[in-house]
Design a protein around this ligand. Structure first.
Ligand code: ZN
Length: 129
């Protein structure tokens, strides 16, 4: 069994194309100025449809983290146990990723790294030294 891969749609395709280029793209609303992640057709804060894409520096801090002992399918068995973190990115949005290269806790500084999975590139995080 293979691990699942993302299936980009019209709203998320620019994000996944950015990952392939090792760029972490997120949206910013041109009406209220707030960042948003994941990508959507409208601003989650003010419902405006005038959104721009920006590239994040790729650094953030762990907001919350958990350890997964049994993954969602047998494909994740060899990775287990592994950590999944909710990360506060420096640009002001949150995203969720697996933690690589160490054990994170709340407040741990992390950076985005990219892993190939099939023909897709998946953003994960590693602990910053
Ligand atoms: Zn807005």
């Amino acid at each position: 069994m293979e691990k699942p891969v993302p299936r980009p749609n019209a709203d998320s395709a620019p994000f996944w194309e950015g990952c392939a280029a090792h760029e972490f793209r997120f949206q910013r609303c041109n009406s209220c100025g707030k960042p948003q992640f994941y990508s959507r057709a409208v601003c989650a804060h003010c419902q405006a449809t005038d959104l721009s894409w920006e590239v994040a520096a790729g650094e953030g801090t762990v907001h919350s983290v958990t350890t997964v002992h049994r993954g969602p399918s047998v494909a994740f068995k060899e990775d287990s146990p592994y950590q999944v973190a909710l990360v506060d990115m420096d640009e002001g949005f949150r995203f969720m990723a697996n933690v690589r290269g160490g054990e994170a806790e709340i407040g741990t500084p992390v950076r985005v790294i990219y892993e190939k999975r099939g023909d897709q590139t998946i953003p994960q995080v590693e602990i910053r030294g």
